[in-house]
Each structure stands twice: as C-alpha cells, then as structure tokens.
Design a protein around this ligand. Structure first.
Ligand SMILES: [Zn+2]
Ligand SMILES: [Zn+2]
Length: 135
C-alpha cells in the first residue's frame, strides 16, 4: 500500500490516509486548469473515512457538470490546492497528487475531460481517455 502523506507548500496543512486509492486520474477540465494554474489536475481518490487532515482548509464552492457542488479546498496561507470533493460522489476525496510527500508511485489510470485538454498535451502511459466525465 502506498504511503499517503502530504501537505501544502507552507506546511500549515498536512494530511494522511491509510487506504488504497479508489482511483487515480487526470482531469483536463477548464475549472481544474484554473484551480491548478496548470494544464491539468492529477488526483488520487481517497475514501473520506480514511483521510485525516490537520490544519485549516478554505473551501471554494464550485459547480460540477452534474449541477451539484464541487468543493475545492486550499490552504488559506499559501494557496496550495489540496483536495476536491464532488457532491455527486461525496464519499471520495480527490487529493491533488502534487501535494504528496512522495508522488513517485502515482500512476494515473485515466484522463477525463479530454475535450478541453490543451492541444500540446500528450501523455504517455496506458490511460483510459474520456471526452468528459465517464458515465
Ligand atoms: Zn499552506
Ligand atoms: Zn476537472
């Protein structure tokens, strides 16, 4: 089982989990591009009950394609985005893989919202691709 510990850039928020990720994936949606300030987000899905967080997170309430809330949580001190929670799937927290202490084991298995991927992005690896959200 991978060691799931991580935190934000300034260190005020830390998290850990003792569970296998439910999924690992890449999201090319415009909102994740905005949130990350990058071309895509890399997330690992962790069961909410297995995740413990130390420190205060601020929450921005975004909206997903489902029309339901998408809670995007970040450190109010340094601004690092740490985790998202889709109300369409509230039992799983999507942790931003770049905030892991050791992200080297992460192997995304799928890419979603490829319809809005930036045109120069070509990722290696055997990943399932979806234009939007898998049904
Ligand atoms: Zn911070
Ligand atoms: Zn997204």
């Amino acid at each position: 089982m991978p060691q799931i510990t991580g935190g934000c850039l300034c260190g005020k928020v830390r998290y850990s989990a003792d569970a296998e990720p439910v999924f690992t994936g890449i999201c090319h949606c415009r909102n994740c591009q905005k949130e990350s300030g990058s071309a895509f987000a890399i997330v690992i899905g962790i069961p909410q009950t297995a995740l413990s967080v130390q420190g205060d997170l601020k929450t921005f309430e975004d909206k997903g394609d489902s029309g339901m809330a998408m809670l995007r949580r970040f450190c109010p001190n340094c601004g690092s985005t740490l985790m998202d929670q889709a109300m369409a799937m509230p039992d799983v927290i999507m942790v931003q893989a770049g905030t892991l202490d050791d992200p080297s084991w992460v192997k995304p298995a799928m890419q979603i919202y490829c319809d809005s991927a930036q045109p120069w992005v070509q990722l290696d690896g055997e990943m399932q691709r979806f234009g939007k959200m898998p049904g």
